[in-house]
Design a protein around this ligand. Structure first.
Ligand code: PMP
Length: 406
């Protein structure tokens, strides 16, 4: 039984009024809200246990260290990783991808090698590879998508040669909502000896993500899109691969022994976690995952898919509204435009009515170029959104069309 009222009551911010109107929060793709249990858990640790991890002999330090490592185990199980050593805490998806671009890049990429990304990648899964190109001379190739927003796998196959060393692919597009066939993409990449990084920033809150089922080599996601804190994220990597990669940042915790002549490095995952981590953020993320598991990912998915279907049907009735991305497998994201209204104006008018959406290029300029637009409006739904909120959105969009007399 999916008790939407109970779920909404878990998120204090949903009670807020914006300009005196009830908040309708449809910007979950940018960041989701946090349930009270996450905020409480972090507050408890700040108030009662705050102390640096891994370095202490005293009670408080051990308490935080234990909670940190427990969070790592929770996340390991959440994504089906084989070992805790494969879970590396980062600041978010962006940092996780940069870590791979630097260290995998350092160990495995030579001049003339190729990296494949998709036309629908977020900038975070494009720019680090271009920077690698600057350093190493590896070429970037792109899998295009069709107008429905589905990847052209026939084109992908043509790009796959033994020069390809890595494929970077979004599990779910942050603009089009497309759920890409990553398992198939991974199997094809492996057949030519390439590794695959899955950008799961938009996937983990909506899909059952299992790294061993996917057989991906790397997977990255951010806590703040998963009902967890900001500033914390995860890089999953296959242990054997991580072992072969050099560390990225140097400093405390990532070392085994430091001598001026030579320093040796710590074992996984600490080799990649230099300096004091955001340990209270990590504890908060563990709690967020626990919360999501308690609601149940299948239940969340069913609820969000019903919202997506309902919203798509209603929005299609708005005469001048165009939806971008109509893939058969799609997560609860709708990017759109209304002909004759600038996306920024539309976002501002919705805001006046208490409705929070995202506008602009959505950190995916190639997608904008594909459709020849300067920006879009994006409504993205989470576990706590309701059909009534979609009614409100559509009612206001309808009024805006009338008001502007277009
Ligand atoms: N990839 C995708 C698909 C995203 O949607 C986002 C966030 N919009 C990112 C990467 C970057 O995430 P973060 O800013 O949390 O590092």
């Amino acid at each position: 039984m999916y008790d939407i009222h109970k779920i909404r009551a878990d998120f204090p911010i949903l009670e807020e009024k914006i300009y005196g109107k009830p908040l309708v929060y449809l910007d979950n793709g940018a960041t989701a809200q946090r349930p009270r249990v996450v905020i409480d858990k972090m507050t408890e640790y700040y108030l009662r246990y705050n102390s640096n991890v891994h370095r202490g002999v005293h009670y408080l330090s051990n308490k935080c260290t234990d909670a940190n490592e427990e969070a790592r185990r929770i996340i390991q199980q959440f994504i089906g990783a084989a070992s805790e050593k494969e879970i590396i805490f980062t600041r978010g998806t962006t940092e996780a991808i940069n870590l791979v671009a630097y260290t995998f890049g350092e160990a495995f990429i030579q001049e003339g090698d190729e990296i494949i990304v998709t036309e629908m990648e977020h900038h975070a899964d494009i720019v680090p590879w271009q920077m690698l190109y600057e350093r190493k001379g590896a070429r970037l190739k792109v899998i295009p998508f069709d107008d429905k927003g589905e990847l052209r796998l026939d084109e992908y196959e043509k790009l796959l040669t033994d020069r390809v060393k890595l494929v970077g692919v979004a599990y779910v597009s942050n603009v089009l909502g497309t759920e890409n066939p990553v398992r198939e993409i991974i199997a094809k990449a492996h057949a030519v000896g390439a590794k695959v990084l899955v950008d799961a920033a938009q996937a983990v809150a909506h899909l059952q993500v299992d790294v061993r089922q996917l057989d991906c080599d790397f997977l990255a996601f951010s806590g703040h899109k998963l009902y967890g804190p900001t500033g914390i994220g995860v890089l999953y990597g296959k242990e054997a691969l991580l072992q072969q990669m050099p560390p990225w940042q140097g400093g405390g915790e990532m070392i085994s022994e430091v001598r001026f002549e030579k320093t040796t490095y710590n074992e996984l995952p600490f080799k990649f976690e230099a300096g004091t981590p955001d340990f209270i953020g990590i504890i908060g993320l563990g709690e967020a995952v626990r919360y999501v598991e308690q609601i149940g990912r299948e239940n969340i998915r069913r609820h969000e898919q019903a919202l997506l279907d309902y919203a798509t049907g209603r929005m299609k009735q708005i005469p001048r509204l165009r939806i971008y991305g109509e893939a058969a497998a799609k997560a609860s994201v709708i990017s759109f435009q209304i002909d004759g209204i600038h996306h920024f104006d539309l976002g501002t008018l919705l805001d006046q009515m208490g409705i929070a959406v995202r506008t602009g290029q959505l950190c995916a300029e190639p997608v904008m170029q594909h459709y020849g637009v300067t920006g879009m409006v994006r409504a993205s739904f989470a576990m706590y959104n309701t059909p009534e909120e979609i009614d409100k959105l559509c009612e206001v969009l309808g009024k805006i069309e009338k008001m502007l007399n277009i």
